[in-house]
Design a protein. Sequence first.
Length: 393
Amino acid sequence: MPAVHRPDQIAAAIRSGSPAEVPHLLTEAAKAHYGAVSVDLLLLDYQSTALCGLSDAHEPERVDFSAAGRAFVAQQQLLVEEAGVSRLLCPLTVRGDRLGVLAIGFAEPPDQTVRAEWRQLAESVARETAIAERATDRFRRARRRRRLTLAAEMQWDSLPARSVEMPDYTFCGQLEPAYEVCGDTFDWTTDEAGLTAAVINGSHHGTTAAALSTFAVAALRNARRSGDDIADQAALASDMLYTEHGGDRQVGLMLLRYEPAAGRIRFVDTGTARAVRLRGTTIENIALTAQPPLGSQEEAGYATEEISAVAGDRIMIVSDGVYAAVGSSRQEYGLASLGRMVRRTRLQSCGEAVRTVIRDVLEHRGATLDDDAVVTCLDIHPSTPPAEPLPRA
């Protein structure tokens, strides 16, 4: 069979069965068409620190200390020799959402043609994995290195994805402590004009906090999907929370709207989240006027504030669990440390910047965080030039 048809053959094979069968179908097709000796689907765990195989026999591979991790971080294909096997490592990414790494073992090093074909195939496998995960728990089971609390299960299930990449911007986020998070979460959506994103901090603890945050996310989405702007989204969510709880339970929110054509980011700030902007090598704390938390007042109204956005800007928004994290010396992490760390990430990708900030906060803390934390990052890309007009007939 001509080599040029092999990617199409394998893509068709993994679509031919049930979602849970995708890994098996991929392995069988890779062996049949490429003579592969092994195929491993390595999925990023909830904490973004390890790449986990689908079999319990496969030990998780640390993102920061493995060849698979290097391919994941760099988002580049990598060929390594391990135990007499040539292992081709291909990042699995869908529209900027980094799912993990596909590892294909060969008896002999693959040539450039095979490597190029697997680069294309990795895109197909990533898409099929993202689709399959909606229909089977197999991939979610693989991604957890230990049991999630019920509150954490609720929060992770409410997320659209951890990240998204568009021509004009990239947005990424992470929850910590990943396996026990309860009150803090984030949300985002894209449309033809830009990005809407939110960092949310629900009060109380455990499933009560998770239920409150989930309620707020649903209310914001309800308003957003009805066409409301961000001020009205916040107002409707606040009204719904107040009607439900009479002001006894409140939610902090930082809501933003980025529209590339306007070159601006608009905010509604009702809570304790903080935002910093990296422009070049200059860090600036974004000063916003704090407004009443969602659900604290009957028929609350909200105003928007805006800042400029230019190509190369990095906006990092964190919940209070980041800057208020107390270390062994009893010192808070603080916004100054956050700014220094964000500056150090300027050469990293959006997703790696998020991982770097979380790692630094955990090192400062010296232990698991005792308060929920959210770290999100928005990178502004150079504008995509308009397409050349088609010539007239």
